[in-house]
Design a protein around this ligand. Structure first.
Ligand SMILES: Nc1ncnc2c1ncn2[C@@H]1O[C@H](COP(=O)(O)OP(=O)(O)OP(=O)(O)O)[C@@H](O)[C@H]1O
Ligand SMILES: [Mg+2]
Length: 263
């Protein structure tokens, strides 16, 4: 069972942006160790920016962000290594000529430090990560030969090979068929339960995660809501953020149109 005692990520009236753009404004939230958080919001609402902030890549323009016990822009290297990251699709060249095991072993480089080559222990950790995602039998397959869902599992294994405490997943299901989306979300839930990882899962698939996460965070530059799914998924709150794109069926399923096909 996850422990909910110590805050591991603490945004305190934090604002983030790029020259001429405020991407996230006045964000205040505490995330506890072991929580499973779903991050939702329309395109351009600041979800990826939230990830980059947690990785210590974007110090706040205003306010504060603490991760573990460090200010985010002072994250010491052993703290950085405790955050596993699955970037939004399109960042990684999927035709790169490497095998599955080589890809996952790359997750060890942060822990190894400069010039050190991965050894037996690192390959063991990589293999263990592969078995966590059910891909150990594909260890010698070329990455480009795998399906989208299988590749996604391998990239999750690479993040796990870091042996992180926090796992950030930026739209891991985008571009996958519906069954594979389910499998990937189930895998993430499994990792949360089995490994006790603190998870931030960014997705547009609200229906897929609403019954699994501890809390939902609803963004549109500002933090519109953060709490148990039942408290966040209310028509009046959602329509403020999604406007006319919000559809609620008679089964009370929230369907947000038009956010799936832009990548
Ligand atoms: N490198 C950048 N330079 C300038 N502006 C940026 C940069 N990256 C993001 N932005 C802007 O910051 C805002 C938030 O972008 P972000 O990528 O965090 O949104 P998102 O919620 O992840 O969107 P999506 O669902 O499309 O992935 C947007 O207005 C975007 O245009
Ligand atoms: Mg994004």
């Amino acid at each position: 069972m996850a422990s909910h005692s110590s805050p591991i990520i603490h945004f305190d009236h934090a604002t983030f942006g790029f020259p001429g753009v405020i991407a996230l404004e006045d964000i205040s939230i505490e995330i506890q160790s072991g929580e499973f958080i779903g991050v939702i919001g329309p395109n351009g609402s600041g979800k990826t920016t939230l990830c980059r902030a947690v990785l210590g890549l974007m110090p706040p323009l205003k306010g504060h962000l603490r991760i573990f016990d460090c200010a985010c822009d002072e994250l010491r290297c052993h703290h950085k290594a405790m955050i596993g990251y699955l970037p939004q699709k399109g960042v990684v060249d999927r035709n790169f000529p490497v095998t599955v095991l080589e890809t996952v072993t790359m997750g060890r480089y942060g822990a190894l430090g400069l010039f050190k080559r991965p050894g037996r222990k690192d390959r063991e950790i990589a293999m263990e990560s592969l078995s966590h995602v059910g891909m150990d039998m594909h260890k010698d397959t070329a990455l480009g030969y795998l399906s989208g869902g299988q590749q996604q599992r391998v990239f999750i294994a690479r993040a796990l090979a870091q042996q992180p405490q926090v796992l950030l997943l930026d739209e891991p299901t985008t571009g996958l068929d519906i069954t594979t989306q389910h499998n990937v979300v189930e895998l993430v839930q499994h990792l949360h339960e089995e490994l006790g990882l603190t998870i931030l899962l960014i997705t547009h698939d609200i229906n897929m995660i609403r019954s699994r996460v501890d809390r939902l965070v609803l963004l549109k530059t500002r933090l519109y809501a953060a709490g148990p799914p039942a408290d966040v998924l209310k028509p009046d709150i959602l329509s403020q953020v999604y406007g006319k794109d919000l559809v609620i069926t008679d089964k009370d399923l929230v369907i947000v149109e038009d956010y799936h096909h832009h990548h």
